[in-house]
Design a protein around this ligand. Sequence first.
Ligand code: T5A
Length: 228
Amino acid sequence: MGGKLIVFEGVEGCGKTTQIQQLREWLQSVYSQAAPIPVVASHEPGGTELGLKLRSLLLGDGTGKPIHDSAELLLFAADRAQHVEEVLKPQLALGAIVLCDRYTDSTVAYQGYGRGLSLPLIDRLNSIATGGLESDLTIWLDVDVEVSLVRTRGRGVADRIEQETLAFHRRVQQGYTQLAQTHPKRIVRVDASLSEADVQQQIQAILAQRLAQWNEGHRVLPFSESGA
Ligand code: T5A
């Protein structure tokens, strides 16, 4: 089948961390029974040692000097460039299924739609940072920002971006809606307003279908035409 990059996207607190953890356990149990395919989880920003330093600059509590929008964009791009080279490409080359919390669409939604920076410029930076590596599948956890912000604010201190206005987060949400319309094959919407278990069920159904497609001709793997 070859390595696969599966990305999770959405507004703050849409449930990516929760769902990735559960999906990873499910995939590991499925693959441990059939074929030893590594399933790894990573995230942006902060999936590397350098990225962790960039993450703390980007997502502090917002009390320092303001970060200019274009500086913010370049810091996210730097984090991605390092992550692609240090983690994503090597893991995919080993044949792993990589579950990644945020990737290029986050920059389009947050810096493009949220901050209002140039979308063609962001596409170009994304292409430089990724060296052309695109996700094989992007799961968009779609939930109203009013609901998701209540979830994140229940956790205590909000980071610099969580502290943005409701209007900002609504523009980000609009960005994801637009991205899903533009890339209907790559981006699959999941209703993330449901319970954690129901959201996970939707995701597993999507993955089972995609893995069956990807495994065509590889009969030893689960999710081949003979079923999981
Ligand atoms: N960013 C990132 C950019 O601006 N540009 C970029 O290019 C990139 C890559 C990342 C920030 O950086 C920005 C976007 C972000 O602002 P982060 O800390 O990684 O910062 O923030 P998030 O990615 O938003 O991660 P969160 O942890 O805040 O949210 P998750 O992972 O989506 O949600 P999760 O699973 O932690 O759940 C949040 C809470 O909701 C509950 C959970 O138990 C938890 O308490 N929950 C549910 N409750 C009810 N029903 C459900 N279905 C639930 N699912 C989860």
